[in-house]
Design a protein. Structure first.
Length: 171
């Protein structure tokens, strides 16, 4: 069957088998491997993508169900060389260790911040409660989302980098 959707701002039309899961369509057919595939039971949340701005576990959605929708993967968060504040927050606050859960966590965080720009710790923890991280203990993930909420434009780091770009480096 033929499906059409927008992936990371690009309109695509592809032929698929009706039984193909969205996670496999994204990874195998489109070669966007930032979306991870973990448990195959919808428990871990590593496969989270945004469908029309809402987090969905792509291992439980058929690609055909995404026909006509807008999908955002982790590859679609950055704008050119400018990181999304969520990506920057994960870097600044060390919100990842092994990185396996990170793409899904970032997309869930982006959806949360789009809906609630100033969440408290409890709201952040509730938003990410459908995802498992086996490395961080979640504290650094929560701090990463807090950082992104405090820096919605993501400009602070870019301003700092521009200020330092003209400085002479001495050893």
């Amino acid at each position: 069957m033929q499906i059409s959707m927008t992936i990371n701002g690009t309109d695509i039309t592809e032929e698929i088998e009706p039984r193909v899961l969205l996670v496999h369509f994204i990874r195998d057919q489109l070669r966007l491997t930032g979306t991870h595939w973990g448990c195959d039971t919808s428990n871990c949340g590593t496969c989270v993508v945004l469908m029309d701005g809402r987090p969905v576990k792509s291992c439980t959605v058929l690609a055909a169900m995404a026909d006509g929708h807008s999908i955002t993967t982790v590859e679609g968060l950055a704008t050119g060389a400018t990181l999304d504040p969520v990506q920057q927050g994960f870097m600044e606050e060390h919100g990842l260790q092994c990185g396996f859960c990170t793409p899904g966590m970032m997309l869930t965080a982006r959806a949360l911040l789009d809906h609630n720009p100033h969440p408290d710790d409890g709201e952040i923890r509730e938003a990410i409660s459908g995802q498992m991280c086996r490395c961080t203990g979640y504290a650094t993930i929560v701090r990463s989302v807090q950082w992104a909420a405090a820096h919605p434009a993501g400009q602070d780091r870019m301003d700092e980098m521009e200020e330092n770009a003209g400085e002479e480096v001495t050893a």
